[in-house]
Design a protein around this ligand. Sequence first.
Ligand code: GLY
Length: 505
Amino acid sequence: MKILGVGSGAREHAIAKKLSLSIYNPKIYWIGENKNPGIVRICMKSGGEFIQGSTTDPEVVSSTAKRFNVDFVFIGPEEPNFHAVPDHLERLKIPCIGANRSVALIEMSKAEMRRLQWEYDIPGKLLFQTFKSAEEAYLVLEKYADSLTWLQNVALKPARQAGGKGVKVVEDRQIYLHEEKQKFKSKHVSWLEGYMRGYGDIEDKILVEENVWGPEYTLQCFTDGTTVLGMPMVQDNKNAHEFDIGTETGGMGSISGPGMCLPFLTIREYEDSIRIIGKMVSAIQDKTGKRYHGVVAGQMMLTEVEGPTIIEMYSRLGDPEALNVLHTLKTDLVEVCLAIIDERLSKIRLEFEDKAVVVKAIAPKGYPDNRSLAIGHPVAVDEAKVSEIGCELFWASCNLHEDGRITTAGSRLVEILAEGETLPVASAQIEKAIPYVKLTDGWGLFHRSDIGSEALLKRREELAERVRRLYLYRVEKGTVGKRVDWLPGVGKVDPVSILKNGLRR
Ligand code: GLY
């Protein structure tokens, strides 16, 4: 068997490793923008090859698949899905684990995702409105926030998938009155507009959503369009620094287990979340007439208004979340892929080891806001020592050169994984491995020591408990998902109907 993988981060390193362990003993071929040393090694060991090339050009990916005559292609990141790589492969009759462009819209456009959720009345919704520019969004906020209370506490996001970055929560309308905050606002407006200028592929530019609070989690599932099989819940930690401080990143580390739930969430919340994701898959297929083959994930939050609530959808595995679930997956990943391709996923028993798993990313300073500073630093990693300590290292954003040197490529450099009886044990294990990752030119690296620690888990548990108490009270009173607002001179109104008629009256 021959498989072609797409993408070059730590998620893809983890996918390559899992595929290579299959009883099918496949030859692993890979295409990625950066030469990931971990994936290169796996390809060579299996008798395959690593090709450095574009992952978003459908022609490049499909000609590579044809050149090696592979049995199927496994797409790691979201951008190839957004660029219709799976669609192109499908036309050439090359099986692919990857959401085609139409269904991947639930990730690419956060606005379309929300519209779909409202249209099909899928639980876990948030009030939202879209705008053509950030300036227009701020103007509407200023105009209506006096009369519509949900507008007084909102999240402003780029309407296109931005790798978890760029969300600005406007909790306080007084933001407009203070000079300092005005400056902050303008900075955010230009960032949002600059970001969206890079993408002509969707109409909505800015999404304003009611702001919610609660513990976040990612629920990743395999789907063949009919069956949706859930993996263990994972919590990603997006802020750059300890105790959720600092800019949002693609993810500084993740926790999962033991078991299918996170320690601060319940089995009922897991089951409700799976149902929501299943409904999203059915809805997008119904809307587009296309089958969903691959991975679908809900990046979710337990909220007071709706319980399990969708924040974003992924049309692929998360990074670092993929590392957690693939580490404990007992079922042969190639078997799962073949079952997706043949649409017989309902016959597969997806099994996972009952372990706690922690992943921590190590990134060069400069990431994520000044990436140019984080590029080109020479790397020295003592992989033997990391594994002697009982951890596993996955290469992420870096480049392997012809002469064997490895340099940083601007994002997370490596992700280190450890398993344990408990999350704090696994977290402490990783700390022992951190000193064995270095940059030899003296440039700094950073990571979050708190991921999986007792202290952070306690905070998550307290937060979940507070939200759950309020949510269960709503369940008891029959007010789940209900919001009441008021307008001067009108009185009590249903913000949902206002939302449908638009805010710009
Ligand atoms: N962990 C965030 C992402 O995969 O987008």
